[in-house]
Design a protein around this ligand. Structure first.
Ligand SMILES: NC(=O)c1ccc[n+]([C@@H]2O[C@H](COP(=O)([O-])OP(=O)(O)OC[C@H]3O[C@@H](n4cnc5c(N)ncnc54)[C@H](O)[C@@H]3O)[C@@H](O)[C@H]2O)c1
Length: 352
């Protein structure tokens, strides 16, 4: 995807100088000699300036459009709150940049579709940071699906659950800035991992139930404090996705659920010939009544986030490596919207 006129090092700008920009995007770019961070923008100028100083970035901005026009970067990382992804991705694509956008793609499927079309029109890479699919565990299970190890997979459960784990920073409890609660924040990660392993089967119908039982009553937990009076998102959602191939995916997600574990982020796949759990990857079946393990990784791989960034940069440089692309991002956004709609209406939503 790198045009002949693009020179190395790649010049990168970052929009939204918060924690994910700091810990993941800037930290990764700093490891590469063929990438140079040239600008950072945040709606709070002092935040951008502190970030610039920390990462030795030569310019800090308060307006994304001004920055793009003045700096003309090759690549932009969009790490602003969800509500601004659309505006920032569109502006970056219109400025001729390749874009790595944090998840979720946007607030609505209509926006994600416009972003997809804009990227295609501009001939630029638009990738989303669905990093769990880059874990070696996820790759191993995807290979096993392609090799026919499981036969037909007819039941999948994806879980992104926390016990009293409402985020205490950012805008994660604010529906108008975030678009929703745990589904659009953490459930979306396990949804993407499940859909990736399954090969993005066509969806027939979804049903869902959502709850707001704890987030608006408590004010502190594993990840700090929040204001229960400003808690405007669901704190739990339980959904079912039915595929056109007859399979079913159950998705359970919550910021605050009274479960035994502090946190569960995992997917289980049940096929005719074998089953698997994702993190760490474990494939099992039975032979003549004897339960057996076919393959097992000892520990879940924690380099997945860096690998997601690496895949994006390599893709920009012209290597045909897998990324979470704009088409798949749109499908995930459509599923999130359908699950919210089904929960709100109390009835199933048909997708095909
Ligand atoms: N892939 C992952 O696992 C992962 C992890 C964390 C966050 N994220 C995503 O990254 C995004 C940011 O999350 P975070 O945890 O870094 O939040 P954060 O609150 O730490 O950072 C957001 C930053 O954006 C700035 N900002 C607010 N409005 C802005 C605007 N209009 N223009 C530019 N900057 C603006 C804020 O001042 C803040 O510095 C969210 O979309 C979130 O879903 C993804």
């Amino acid at each position: 995807m790198m045009s002949a006129s693009t020179l190395l090092p790649l010049r990168v700008a970052i929009i939204g100088a918060g924690q994910v920009a700091d810990k993941v995007h800037a930290s990764y770019y700093a490891t590469r000699s063929d990438v140079r961070m040239v600008a950072v923008m945040d709606s709070r100028l002092e935040q951008a300036q502190a970030f610039a100083e920390r990462h030795a970035i030569p310019s800090a901005w308060q307006d994304a459009h001004e920055m793009l026009q003045a700096v003309k970067p090759d690549v932009v990382s969009v790490c602003s709150p969800n509500r601004f992804h659309f505006e920032h991705v569109m502006a970056a694509l219109e400025s001729g940049c390749h874009v790595m956008c944090e998840k979720p793609p946007a607030m609505t499927p209509q926006q994600a579709d416009e972003m997809r079309v804009a990227a295609r029109r501009a001939g630029k890479v638009l990738a989303y940071d669905f990093h769990h699919r880059f874990a070696l565990d996820t790759q191993l299970l995807r290979e096993a699906v392609l090799n026919g190890t499981f036969g037909e997979i007819y039941f999948t459960t994806a879980q992104a659950l926390r016990r009293c784990g409402v985020p205490g920073w950012g805008v994660f409890t604010n529906k108008s800035l975030q678009g929703g609660g745990p589904l659009i924040d953490i459930g979306i990660h396990m949804l993407d991992a499940a859909m990736y392993v399954l090969g993005f089967p066509a969806v027939k119908r979804v049903t869902a139930h959502s709850f707001q039982k704890l987030g608006n009553r408590k004010n502190s937990g594993q990840f700090g404090e929040w204001d229960p009076a400003q808690f405007t998102v669901e704190d739990a959602l339980f959904g079912t996705i039915e595929f056109c191939n007859g399979g079913v995916l159950r998705l359970d997600t919550s910021f605050a659920l009274n479960i035994r574990e502090q946190s569960i982020m995992n997917v289980a796949f049940c096929g005719e010939k074998a089953g698997a759990t994702l993190f760490p990857a474990h494939i099992y079946n039975d032979e003549g009544g004897i339960l057996q393990t076919l393959s097992q990784r000892e520990e879940a791989d924690d380099q997945r986030h860096l690998r997601s960034m690496e895949a994006f940069v390599r893709h920009v440089m012209g290597e045909p490596v897998m990324i979470a692309d704009a088409e798949q991002g749109l499908v995930i956004q459509q599923l999130v919207a359908a699950l919210y709609e089904a929960a709100e209406k109390g009835e199933s939503v048909t997708l095909c």
